[in-house]
Design a protein around this ligand. Structure first.
Ligand SMILES: [Zn+2]
Length: 165
């Protein structure tokens, strides 16, 4: 019953958290490949997390609003609550990846963020399947592949334009 009432909210929570895990890791791995400067890596990740959390919340609000404005609308969720959930789940996902990075030396920054992000993605995929589809392994592995792709893109761009800052 809980799921029926709050499906839109759950979707915002999962989407925000998942997106934050993937893009924060991509940024950390990419910037780490490009520069040997831990404060700069952390700064880039923090800027990404805050800007993205805001933009995802705005996107959530606007896209939901257009759905709600449709004549055949059957949504009963609150637009503000939905975008707040998006905002805070994005922050949570981002900090899940960036927090451990503070405590490790520069050479372990990438691998630490990857381990934390991929573990979280796997658990998230698992929980998502438990709640919605029931296809646990498919969902968990799907999450890992998507996360892996974003990390690869970050890594490629970072290596391509690496500098000696
Ligand atoms: Zn809605």
């Amino acid at each position: 019953m809980f799921l029926k009432i709050n499906q839109d909210y759950l979707r915002s929570l999962i989407f925000g958290f998942q997106d934050a895990l993937v893009s924060t890791t991509g940024v950390i791995v990419g910037i780490s490949a490009g520069v040997n400067n831990k404060p700069l890596i952390i700064l880039s990740a923090l800027v990404t997390i805050s800007v993205e959390a805001m933009s995802m919340a705005a996107g959530q609000y606007l896209s939901e609003k257009s759905v709600h404005d449709l004549p055949q609308n059957r949504h009963h969720d609150n637009l503000i609550i939905g975008s707040l959930l998006m905002f805070f789940s994005y922050l949570a996902g981002g900090f899940m990846v960036i927090t451990p990075v503070f405590f490790v030396p520069l050479q372990y920054v990438s691998v630490t963020s990857i381990i934390f992000a991929f573990t979280s993605l796997f658990i998230l995929g698992f929980l998502k399947a438990k709640l919605f589809t029931g296809k646990i392994w498919r969902s968990a592995i799907e999450m890992l592949v998507i996360g892996g792709l974003a990390t690869l893109i970050g890594l490629s761009v970072g290596s391509l334009f690496s500098t000696t800052i």
